[in-house]
Design a protein around this ligand. Sequence first.
Ligand code: FES
Ligand code: FES
Length: 186
Amino acid sequence: MTETMHETSLTVNGIPLKATVPARRLLSDCLRHDLGLTGTHVGCEHGVCGACTVLIDGVPMRSCLLLAVSMDGSAITTVEGLSGPDGALSPVQQGFAECHGLQCGFCTPGFLTTITAGLEDNPDPTPDEARELIGGNLCRCTGYQNIVAAVLRAAEITREGAGDSPGNSRCTPGPASSTMSGEAAL
Ligand code: FES
Ligand code: FES
């Protein structure tokens, strides 16, 4: 039996695109396999790890839990869309680079998209708020401390004006409060 296909219109990183997909096609698979945007990573494929997080109309969502057809008409930002048109790193990307917020990098696209949206909501997070912001994303390599530092550094870069801030001035995760101490809180 031939599977019914559906044309889906998406605006991805500001570019209008169409994909013809079966109704069961996950958004993560559509981005990676139909649209060639392999920056979105797939880890657990059931909503736990956060590696597949993209921004849907500015809101971070797990693309492995969404059907591509249900996103028809949506504006999606993937990790490929975070940098500037000239390739300049976004403040969050710059924060990760300065503070060594990644090792293998598998989790990184999900962290970058999640933090980008989080700093829109809270441009000046405390260390505990930074920990809370990344609490839904898993990283098997870093121990999270440098990611927390990268969140704080990204906020600092954004406040100073992206791209022309003095480097590496705040690559510290800051003290954890008694309710947010240790990796268990993450
Ligand atoms: S791959 Fe989507 S949450 Fe893990
Ligand atoms: S850097 Fe390897 S999983 Fe996060």
